[in-house]
Write a protein that binds this ligand. Structure first.
Ligand SMILES: OC[C@H]1O[C@H](O[C@H]2O[C@H](CO)[C@@H](O)[C@H](O)[C@H]2O)[C@H](O)[C@@H](O)[C@@H]1O
Length: 630
């Protein structure tokens, strides 16, 4: 039986990741990388699509579980009538081929256990040939993939296709460690290593990484858990960052809103990067900047909203009819058609992050300057066009207010960086462009009658994305128009959480903005943006209440997917989602007021300005309050 979305914990090795259920089953694992086909895809179908369960015989779910503090090593405890047992699950950070280690350790009495492995390569479709090497080792091979299962104690693995199983028992103090190693089928088996040394190395890796966290506020454990999760979404060899580790976990149970998130969205990665930077992590920013330059090299008109972890561009969306979908949510998709959309906000997000990196002391080389100039050349010609917006709507293109604001951000940050680099020739044009966009948004994005900024020009809908305006410096937080917008956005409230935009879809009805059937849950990142806005406008207590409401819906090991259904009290959408965890960390900072990344020793921003004041009178993301823009 597949669990609820919130039943899953994450383990990963910075190249791929697995989801472990409360029932002891790994129901999701793509190998060798995040965006490779899954060899365990039970999450989107059934056991027949691949899973690996280790649990006490006859037991349904564990008694409790948690990560070893400050690490991504998961410990699951089962208490049974015969005694107690602990399973430690982890994936050692690599440099080689992937392996999943599962150590079973008796805590008291004697516990009868079962291990059941069903490998299905190619996203849960291909039944491999499985052969027994000896009583403790089996190898499964099909096409390009090979997986070896090995146990370090005397167990008797029996292969009864489609499963490899064994029954064994552990007494207090005894251990049996299983390891699953993937390798390309044409190469000798992945040699792995000593599992106790691998565990010690993995614990040490994560503890060293988390010890660098600069957040010192009251929610340290919560922040560290989210940062570890974000780090686990980074693809170490290239610096790319995936939006989530899963595909097709539904935003509406039984609906069609099922997407593949195992790719690097420029938007999501820039949010993640800014969050890691403010938390004290610079290395990831340098690695991502290098990834970015390689990924987007070429014509700026060819810029894609998302790329593969290696920077690959062809991410064709296909359907997987052999998978029934999570709780019947069809279709299951691999690849993502959003790759071909025009999403103008992306230019602003990239420039904003490069600017944050510059302020944090990351060197910006000529390649990056070239990129900035070419982005701006493109935007100067195209910012007036309608686009698919940050929500990647599959309905008609519109003049989304958020997209226009991000074009303003692009011009603003380019100007600021030009000041540092002395690119004066273009600066005049960029200043004029910035001014023109501001006027355009204030004129067409504002609805006098409603007293708020709207979702797109001419519409009477609200959109939580405009909550980002003051953070981005487009308007100061005390601007009357923002106060009006904040009140209007409250209409998106659904049982104390925020939807991203009006939910006009429903069973059998298409949402005319996003072009999709069915409603969806409340959007966790938007709920947190709302908490930030409340804090920014002096309603800190209200902001804190909302923040704590979001904290309450994290699962038992601190993970958030993209959405939350407050009625059924279930998480929805892909897991764990970078967007949600980034927003959580940012709100913790906003409520506690630590701004690690904006300091460079002399109280000045990297461009030498004081207090983050923009040339046109608004404020920067981290600057102090200045007069309202006209
Ligand atoms: O809502 C329709 C779209 O949903 C997905 O996009 C969402 O996830 C992205 C990755 O986290 C995020 O960048 C975007 O803002 C979200 O709306 C899906 O990937 C799209 O294909 C789909 O059209």
């Amino acid at each position: 039986m597949v669990g609820r979305i919130e039943d899953y914990a994450l383990i990963g090795d910075l190249e791929t990741a697995a989801l472990v259920g409360k029932d002891g089953a790994i129901d999701w694992l793509c190998v060798p990388r995040f965006d490779s086909p899954a060899c365990f895809a039970a999450l989107l179908g059934s056991e027949d699509n691949g899973r690996w369960r280790i649990a006490p015989a006859g037991a349904a779910t564990c008694s409790r579980r948690s990560y070893v503090p400050d690490t991504l090593v998961l410990e699951t405890v089962w208490e049974t009538v015969g005694g107690a047992v602990k399973v430690t699950d982890f994936m050692p950070p690599r440099g080689g081929l992937p392996q999943v280690v599962r150590r079973v350790e008796g805590l008291s009495g004697r516990v009868a256990m079962r291990a059941d492995l069903t490998v299905r390569f190619d996203n849960g479709r291909i039944v491999p040939w499985t052969r027994t090497v000896d009583a403790r080792t089996v190898v499964a091979v099909a096409g390009p993939d090979s997986a070896l299962l090995h146990a370090d104690a005397a167990v008797d693995l029996s292969v009864t296709t489609p499963r490899t199983s064994c029954a064994f028992s552990v007494a207090a103090g005894e251990r049996v460690t299983f390891v699953l190693r993937w390798s390309p089928s044409h190469l000798p088996a992945n040699p792995g290593g000593d599992t106790e040394e691998l565990l010690a190395g993995t614990l040490d890796f994560w503890r060293t990484w988390t010890s660098k966290c600069l957040y010192q506020g009251p929610w340290r454990d919560v922040v560290v858990r989210s940062l570890v999760t974000l780090k686990a979404l980074t693809y170490e060899p290239t610096g790319g960052i995936v939006a989530a580790v899963t595909s097709s976990l539904p935003e509406c149970l039984g609906g069609e809103r099922n997407w593949d998130y195992r790719f690097c969205w420029l938007r999501d990665s820039t949010f993640t990067l800014s969050c890691l930077l403010r938390s004290g992590y610079r290395e990831e920013a340098v690695a991502w900047k290098d990834w970015l330059v390689r990924a987007v090299a070429g014509e700026p008109s060819d810029l894609q909203p998302l790329y593969g972890v290696g920077g690959q561009r062809r991410l064709v969306e296909t359907l997987a009819p052999w998978l029934a979908g999570y709780e019947g949510s069809e279709p299951v998709r691999f690849g993502n058609a959003a790759v071909g959309q025009l999403q103008l906000d992306v230019y602003g997000e990239v420039l904003n992050t490069v600017y944050s990196a510059l302020r944090a002391g990351v060197a910006i080389d000529t390649q990056v300057w070239r990129l900035i100039a070419s982005f701006m050349e493109y935007l100067e010609k195209h910012w007036r066009e309608p686009d698919a917006g940050l929500w990647e709507v599959r309905g008609p293109r519109r003049h989304f207010v958020h997209s226009k604001i991000m074009c303003w951000v692009a011009a603003d940050r380019a100007l600021r960086m030009a000041r540092v680099a002395g690119l004066r020739g273009s600066a005049e044009r960029w200043r004029a462009m910035r001014q023109e966009i501001r006027k355009d948004v204030l004129r067409h994005g504002w609805d006098d009658e409603m007293g708020c900024f709207v979702q797109y020009y001419g519409s009477r809908r609200v959109d939580a994305a405009v909550l980002l305006m003051p953070k981005l410096g487009f308007l100061p937080p005390d601007d009357r128009r923002l106060r009006g917008t904040l009140e209007a956005v409250r209409r998106l409230d659904h049982h104390g959480f925020l939807r991203r935009y009006a939910d006009t879809g429903g069973p059998g009805r298409v949402n005319e903005v996003d072009g999709l059937y069915g409603g969806e849950g409340t959007f966790l990142a938007c709920s947190l943006w709302f908490a930030d806005s409340l804090a920014m406008t002096g309603r800190r207590d209200e902001g804190r209440e909302l923040f704590e409401r979001v904290l309450d819906v994290r699962n038992d090991v601190g993970l958030l997917s993209e959405e939350w259904d407050p009625v059924s009290r279930r998480q929805l959408g892909n897991l764990p989602q970078a967007f949600s965890h980034v927003a959580l960390v940012n709100t913790a900072f906003a409520l506690h007021g630590t701004r690690a990344e904006s300091r460079n020793g002399n109280g000045r921003h990297g461009d030498g300005s004081r207090n983050g004041r923009h040339g046109d009178g608004s404020r920067t993301e981290s600057g102090s309050r200045v007069r309202a823009a006209r």
